[in-house]
Write a protein that binds this ligand. Structure first.
Ligand code: NAP
Ligand code: GLV
Length: 314
């Protein structure tokens, strides 16, 4: 197996040099070239990538496997030159679930304790005793997604006393967490939640799911937490829902365009907290461990843990 590595840049505190050197240490008998420095492209069978450039796949005529250095594979499946016959593997948790659960817990506490209204009161030197808090056991968090990151996040919230429901494409039985599925399940869940968290993958089915129609189904005062993907949200509809006070606030980690452009009204909106796609950065050691394990499984003709269903898009 000859491997080609490409990572666009360090992101969210993750060092790509450390991932590359970790992989070389973990796989001492493998040749790992770093794109574009690859003398024989036809020898490459496996690619390890984050946001490969448009010409990355050119000449890789014997490529069989692509391993993503991320949980989400929307960037990869959307690559116009990704060969149709290659398998795609992604990171599953690999150290990301803990920071994601922490990020969402922070957002839920922010929403429950009405920190948006209190911060605005501070700016106006207002001593507001009228801002009340919904008790924890009644504060209902709806999570869109019931996958790897959602379930660890849901458990963290349950452990902190919150009422939690997850929503996914397929039916499931979850311990201590209510579950909804499909379009009817979403209709039933939305009017019940105090905070809505989006932890879906970005697929054609989930693109723009956080839109005016969905916001209208949330109760007045609901709070949005989006660490999923920017493409999940119609940002104009979100701003409308916030400006009309239908939504009380939003914690956003991902945006239609990243970095968020200086001209975006999201930057200065008093009811939005912006974080720069850092909810759960790739964990270097976790990524190295899991990618090495996936390579081992692929070599033994086993299906690696994070094998992506290319038809489903995640
Ligand atoms: P995952 O394990 O694949 O879980 C995805 C969940 O979404 C599954 O429960 C799946 O349903 C559900 N789903 C997919 N399509 C759906 C649809 N059309 N309708 C309803 N439910 C649908 O993914 P994960 O590892 O938890 O990661 C989730 C996403 O988090 C990633 O794709 C990425 O975009 C984002 N992420 C962000 C950061 C960050 O730092 N901001 C870091 C890591 C990941 P089923 O269970 O029925 O299949
Ligand atoms: C980060 O956003 C990831 O998908 O891992």
């Amino acid at each position: 197996m000859s491997i080609l590595y490409y990572s666009s840049s360090d992101q969210g505190g993750t060092s790509n040099d450390r991932i590359l050197s970790g992989l070389r240490e973990k796989l001492p008998h493998k040749t790992i070239s770093v794109w574009p420095d690859c003398p024989d492209k036809t020898s490459i069978t496996t690619a390890i990538v984050w946001q490969p450039p448009i010409d990355f796949f050119d000449g890789l005529s014997n490529l069989k496997h692509v391993l993503s250095i991320a949980a989400g594979v929307d960037h990869l499946l959307g690559h116009p030159a990704l060969p149709k016959n290659v398998s795609v593997t992604r990171l599953t948790d690999a150290g990301m679930a803990e920071p994601m659960a922490q990020y969402v817990l922070y957002g839920v506490l922010h929403a429950q304790r009405q920190m948006t209204a209190l911060a605005n009161a501070q700016r106006n030197q207002l001593w507001r005793h009228d801002i009340s808090t919904v008790p924890t056991q009644r504060f209902h968090v709806g999570i869109l997604g019931a996958g790897v990151l959602s379930l660890v996040t849901a458990k963290r919230l349950v452990d902190n006393g919150y009422k939690v429901s997850c929503w996914s494409r397929t039916p499931k039985q979850l311990q201590g967490i209510a579950h909804f599925d499909g379009a009817d399940g979403l209709e039933e869940l939305l009017p019940q939640v105090n905070a809505l968290v989006c932890l879906l993958p970005l697929t054609p089915q989930t693109t723009g799911i956080l839109n005016a129609s969905l916001f209208a189904k949330l109760p007045v005062g609901a709070y949005l937490i989006n660490p999923g993907r920017g493409g999940h949200a119609d940002e104009t509809a979100l701003l409308d829902a916030l400006n009309s006070d239908h939504l009380s606030g939003a914690l956003l980690d991902v945006f239609n365009e990243e970095p968020l452009p200086p001209s975006s009204p999201i930057w200065s909106h008093p009811n939005i907290v912006v974080t720069p796609h850092v909810a759960a950065p790739t964990h270097e050691d976790g990524a190295v461990e899991q990618i090495a394990q996936s390579i081992d499984q692929l070599e033994r003709d086993e299906i690696p843990h994070g094998m992506v269903n290319r038809d489903a898009g995640y």
